[in-house]
Design a protein around this ligand. Structure first.
Ligand code: UTP
Length: 292
């Protein structure tokens, strides 16, 4: 079955970014000048998604406003003849024409798994993609979500996006166990959320892209809180293994982890250096700071 819908869980509190996230969604923090969630929505559209389901919570109004039209701002720019800026607004505006965006509320931030489960009625029993806005992944040849959707079309399985991480970092991620790979896809035999280094079954970490088979939603309904007292998506996926096919794809693309302050700063710097108009100013500054 084609994957037509994508969930964006965006109801978390973003505590690692306080105070900026006190009254502002983490998902609206920019990489240079574009909110991380917009990168995700653009990726979903480029991957053929037809409906985006945003799971939001208190204090997330800015996400709704971002994907809405701002007639006042348009009027202001029109009066001043700023066609260049109107064009930027039009590009954001077009996103909500290319895909239907619906919103649902997670009333309490009870974890990623709970956020995904909150969207179940809108998913209507279909296989469904999940994108975490703070994992920005750029790939010029094929968007990473499309890579996952193609793997789902081939296997009918739940598909996890994975990448090798240094052993010292496994405790930050969900880690898969695998009994081998075929055509670039790992057969997943177990998933462990944030293991200590000695217990990690591999160095393949799950990053923020999934295609979930309907069985995962059934499991989410009766998954108890796990690590960090939150309902973990990993636990629900784990419970489907054995009864349902779960595979992991080592995706292609440039991955930016914007969910931590150092990762966010690194991503901004790297993205800024890719922009010609900014590189000219930044490169001498960096050289100066490094005393080169
Ligand atoms: P994170 O753990 O990265 O986000 O969840 P967080 O909890 O907001 O951030 P910290 O750890 O306090 O700094 C990944 C994604 O899942 C969403 C978040 O909004 C983020 O986009 N999420 C997380 C929910 O929607 N609901 C939750 O209960 C938890």
């Amino acid at each position: 079955m084609t994957v037509r819908k994508a969930i964006f869980p965006a109801a978390g509190l973003g505590t690692r970014f306080l105070p900026v996230t006190k009254a502002q969604p983490k998902e609206m923090l920019p990489l240079v000048d574009k909110p991380t969630i917009q990168y995700g929505v653009e990726e979903a559209i480029a991957s053929g998604i037809q409906e985006v389901i945003m799971v939001t919570g208190g204090g997330k109004r800015a996400i709704v406003d971002h994907f809405d039209r701002s007639v006042e701002l348009e009027h202001y720019l029109q009066e001043r003849g700023r066609a260049d800026l109107l064009d930027i607004l039009a590009r954001v505006d077009r996103l909500s024409d290319e895909v239907v965006i619906t919103y649902t509320q997670q009333k309490e931030p009870l974890g990623l798994g709970h956020a995904v489960w909150t969207a179940r009625l809108l998913v209507e029993g279909e296989p469904c993609a999940v994108l975490l806005a703070d994992d920005v992944i750029l790939c010029e040849t094929k968007p990473v979500l499309k890579q996952l959707i193609d793997a789902h079309a081939e296997t009918g399985a739940t598909v996890l996006a994975v990448r090798k991480v240094p052993p010292s970092q496994v405790s930050r991620y969900g880690i898969i166990a695998t009994n081998g790979s075929r055509n670039g896809l790992h057969e997943v035999t177990d998933v462990v959320e944030k293991p200590i280094e000695a217990d990690a079954p591999s160095d393949l970490a799950m990053l923020g892209r999934y295609v979930l088979a309907p069985a995962v939603f059934e499991e989410l309904g009766h998954t108890d809180p796990g690590a960090g007292k939150e309902i973990q998506l990993t636990d629900a996926i784990k419970r489907t293994i054995g009864r349902h096919h779960v595979v992991a794809l080592e995706f292609e693309g440039d991955y930016y982890d914007t969910g931590t302050v150092p990762g966010y700063l690194r991503a901004n710097l790297m993205m800024a250096m890719k922009r010609e108009e900014l590189r000219g100013e930044l490169a001498p500054l960096l050289r100066e700071l490094l005393g080169d």
